[in-house]
Design a protein around this ligand. Structure first.
Ligand code: GDP
Ligand code: MG
Length: 749
């Protein structure tokens, strides 16, 4: 099968084009660095099917980061039959810089002038016929988003792929051109593929090239000596870059007719930026927006209208609307959706229960299916609406281009902790799922910054941990009458962020010291988030979630029910006897470990359920709440008041777990070793086994100590001073220790 590669700058629309051509649903986002790995699909409208490969964005063929290496290696080693170079027409000149490099490869290259729709809107025009002549490449105008010109592009590329293409370069003039010409001939003599391309890279003294063509580089050094006097200075990389830009401005730029712009006129993007990226207000605005997101998703007192409606009015609306008009307030859209799912789930459960009873099923079957399986499943599924709402709102922020600006504003702030603004994007992605977030750290050039970022990504609480937060926060509101779920959740998210920052600061000052590269990230233009791509994202997320629910979560729930209803000598146990089960015995054995965190031995006979939930979370974080709920639902106690309660409040009542212990429980699960999938990803992205092992230890230590702090401070608030003092002293000791070590290392060197 023929293979066409999509190559271009970050954010020029490669993935959008890929999706349009192949009907895939790969993630499109309005910020550089969304695609960090290559992806393949098939285009079927040419005479033969064609494999299309979406590559990470690159500015040049000299890679700095691992995603760039992926793109370059593919282009150089896998020899695609045609390279489709996507050029963002609204960023014309800068995008052509890469084009001048792609044309130096002996491969068919076709230029796709993308975002023509946006160019039109700006009132600008490109003369593609002249441009094509001057480039010596075929040019097709397209809009990947509006799906115009794509068929023509593919036909042109298909025809081009049948012919050989000889490389050309814009660096032909002067002594530089001469030098490149001579080196090319020398490389040709050595039978090296793509002699022109390698010649230029060798003249640039590109690190990777010099390593892989050591012999040829000696020749270059000789040539360089000959031309020494004719070349100004020695920074050939800069001279070459300059040569390319000069050529672009004199030959290609004139094909673009710009709109005559009033000097004082600002684009609307600039106007918006004046407010949103304000030096002082930028960060507060961001925090308010974040809170608004949590409020829309979790609040049971939407827009704080609670006081406006009298109790009578609410009760008059009837119980059917209980979810919409919560106690004394209106539910936010997220909570409203959730309560609808809960109503549905409850109906299904009681239907199944009465059905089973009617056909005379034994008690244990009813218990197993209703309390064990359904309760566990629904406890997770009922949070899906809120996860989706949260995810949707975050996606809108990303797609509009706002998040990239926050990365930009936060760069200075993050630098104080030893991270660059670039690390912000993967961290924010962590709110969705740690797995893609960890993979996205490939955009970070510094290895140590990458390791530090991967370690703290799980602290940015992911979608699967959300049910733990809301489930417990909601149950706390019921049991103790405290807190609105949005405040508790927002607070827990902030706790995760603070812990992440402190840990990064510590690591970057001790084991992961390193210099930060300067932060260069272009700000994408503000764009209207695309409804289609948002819906696609949500649909993907929903599918993923449902799949997980009916595989790993369902299986875990069933296993848990069995090991909690059999004793070691394989005696079947009823719900009342559950605390003699296999699971209970193991849980009780480990339970004391969690006593300092508040949900250990002090929780008595049923406290092992907390322990079991934590362990089940290692498979998938949704398991924490499903295991918890299905076990708790089985608790049968004499007290009729407790019997009528929901699963988690019931457990809180029988264990006497305090609010501080419950918050500590959330904190522990949020910060501890993430799920299996994330652990495997972290292993793959880490440089070596030792770093990985240390990472696991790091997660355990951090979760345990932070959670203990939460519990102790929550129990006796004045201990906060003791902890603060200990932390400050510890920090200085560690810092001094590492300074000493550095000095010794310096002396040795
Ligand atoms: P990639 O980084 O090159 O893969 O770029 P993406 O495909 O992720 O797209 C980046 C942004 O550009 C997204 O917000 C897209 O919606 C937008 N975009 C892509 N193609 C077009 C187009 O033809 N016209 C317009 N107006 N926007 C586009
Ligand atoms: Mg992409």
């Amino acid at each position: 099968m023929k293979k066409f590669a999509l190559a271009g700058n970050p954010n020029c629309g490669k993935t959008t084009m890929f999706n349009s051509l192949t009907g895939s649903t790969a993630h499109v986002g309005n910020w550089p660095g969304v695609t960090v790995d290559k992806r393949e699909g098939v285009y079927k409208k040419c005479p033969e099917p064609i494999a299309i490969v979406d590559l990470p964005g690159i500015y040049s063929l000299s890679p700095y980061t691992s995603e760039e290496v992926i793109a370059r290696d593919f282009i150089m080693d896998e020899k695609p039959d045609c390279i489709i170079n996507i050029v963002d027409a609204t960023n014309f000149e800068r995008n052509l810089y890469l084009t001048t490099q792609l044309m130096e490869i002996d491969r068919p290259v076709v230029v796709a002038l993308n975002m023509i729709d946006a160019l039109d809107k700006n009132g600008e025009k490109i003369d593609e016929v002249t441009l094509s002549k001057r480039l010596g490449l075929l040019v097709v105008k397209v809009s990947a988003l509006k799906e115009t010109g794509l068929e023509e592009l593919m036909n042109v590329a298909y025809e081009a792929s049948k012919k050989e293409r000889k490389s050309t370069t814009v660096l032909k003039d002067g002594p530089l051109g001469h030098l490149i010409g001579d080196v090319t001939i020398a490389l040709k003599g050595q039978n090296i593929d793509n002699p022109l391309f390698h010649a230029i890279k060798l003249v640039e003294t590109d690190e990777i090239e010099v390593r892989s063509h050591a012999k040829a580089f000696e020749v270059v050094e000789e040539f360089k000596k000959v031309f020494k006097d004719e070349l100004f200075g020695n920074d050939l990389e800069a001279i070459i870059a300059d040569g390319r830009y000069k050529y672009i401005t004199t030959n290609y730029s004139p094909t673009l007719t710009k709109r005559r712009q009033n000097e004082a006129e600002m684009t609307s993007s600039d106007k918006v930026d004046r407010v949103l990226t304000h030096r002082i207000w930028g960060i507060p605005i961001f925090l308010v927006i974040l809170f608004a997101i949590f409020h829309i998703t979790f609040s049971t007192n939407f827009l704080f209208l609670g006081g406006l409606f009298s109790e009578d009015w609410v009760s008059c609306a009837g119980t059917a609307f209980e979810g919409v008009f919560g106690e004394g307030g209106i539910s936010s859209p997220g909570v409203t959706l959730q309560s609808l799912v809960v109503v549905g789930a409850d109906a299904v459960m009681s239907l199944v229960e009465s059905g089973l009873v009617a056909i005379g099923s034994p008690d244990w079957v009813v218990g197993f299916l209703v309390n064990g399986v359904l309760e566990g499943l629904f406890s997770v599924l009922s949070f899906v609406p809120q996860i989706l709402v949260l995810f949707l709102l975050f996606s809108i922020l990303e797609d509009s281009g706002y998040m990239s600006r926050i990365a930009f504003i936060l760069d200075k702030f993050l630098r104080k902790f030893g991270l660059s603004g670039r690390a912000f994007m993967p961290m924010i992605m962590g709110f969705g799922c740690s797995v893609p977030a960890m993979i996205n750290t490939r955009t970070l050039a510094d290895e140590k910054e990458k390791v530090a970022t991967i370690r703290v990504i799980p602290f940015f609480s992911c979608g699967a941990k959300l049910p733990i937060l809301i489930g417990i926060a909601g149950a706390m509101a019921v049991s103790f009458g405290i807190g609105n779920a949005d405040l508790v959740t927002y607070g827990m998210y902030l706790l995760g962020i603070v812990v992440a920052l402190v840990c990064v600061l510590l690591m970057r000052n001790t084991t992961l010291k390193g210099d930060l590269p300067p932060f260069i990230m272009e700000l994408p233009t503000y764009r209207m988030p695309q409804f289609k791509s948002l819906m696609r994202l949500l649909w993907d997320k929903l599918k993923h979630f449902i799949k997980k629910a009916f595989t790993i979560i369902l299986a875990s729930t069933i296993v848990i029910w069995f090991v909690s209803h059999f004793s070691f000598d394989w005696q079947f146990l009823s719900d009342e006897q559950m605390d003699m089960s296999i699971l209970a015995s193991i849980g009780k054995f480990i339970q004391p470990l969690f006593t300092p965190l508040g949900f250990g031995s002090q929780c008595g006979q049923w406290g092992w359920m907390f322990v079991v939930a934590c362990f089940m979370g290692l498979l998938a974080k949704e398991n924490v709440i499903s295991a918890f709920s299905s076990l708790a639902a089985c608790i049968v106690v004499a007290n009729p008041e407790i019997m009528a309660m929901d699963a988690i409040p019931k457990l809180i009542a029988v264990t006497g777990a305090s609010p501080a212990a419950l918050i500590a429980f959330i904190a522990f699960n949020m910060l501890t070793i993430p799920c299996m999938a994330a652990v495997a990803t972290a292993r793959g992205e880490m440089p070596d086994k030792k770093t990985f092992n240390f990472t696991i230890l790091f997660w355990l230590v951090v979760s345990y100590s932070v959670s203990m702090m939460v519990y102790v401070i929550g129990t006796a608030w004045w201990t906060v001073f003791i902890f603060a003092a200990v932390i400050v002293v510890a920090f200085f000791i560690i810092k001094a220790f590492f300074k000493d070590k550095d000095k010794k290392a310096e002396v040795k060197a």
